[in-house]
Design a protein around this ligand. Structure first.
Ligand code: FES
Length: 81
């Protein structure tokens, strides 16, 4: 059994929402920022959401560029697996 993670501080309305899309990227909505390991912050402009690659095939990492469709990325288990 896994240990629950601590809840972040702040009101629920202040928290970003991360939604794993079926066979696709992570959709992130709300106030957030994306920072590379070297500390570089990506400029998201006024966009209220972003799509983060989780298939590994994007040429625009960490963002999704639609390559998950080309590589046939699947997140749901196929029947019988
Ligand atoms: S999830 Fe879309 S390119 Fe990787």
């Amino acid at each position: 059994m896994s240990t629950p993670l601590p809840r972040p501080a702040g009101d629920a309305a202040d928290l970003a929402t991360v939604t794993p899309l079926d066979d696709g990227p992570l959709q992130v909505e709300g106030a957030f920022r994306v920072v590379d390991p070297d500390g570089t912050t990506h400029d998201l402009g006024d966009r209220p959401s972003a799509y983060l690659c989780r298939c590994g095939a994007s040429a625009r990492k960490p963002f999704c560029d639609g390559s998950h469709l080309r590589v046939g990325f699947r997140t749901a288990a196929e029947p019988g697996q």
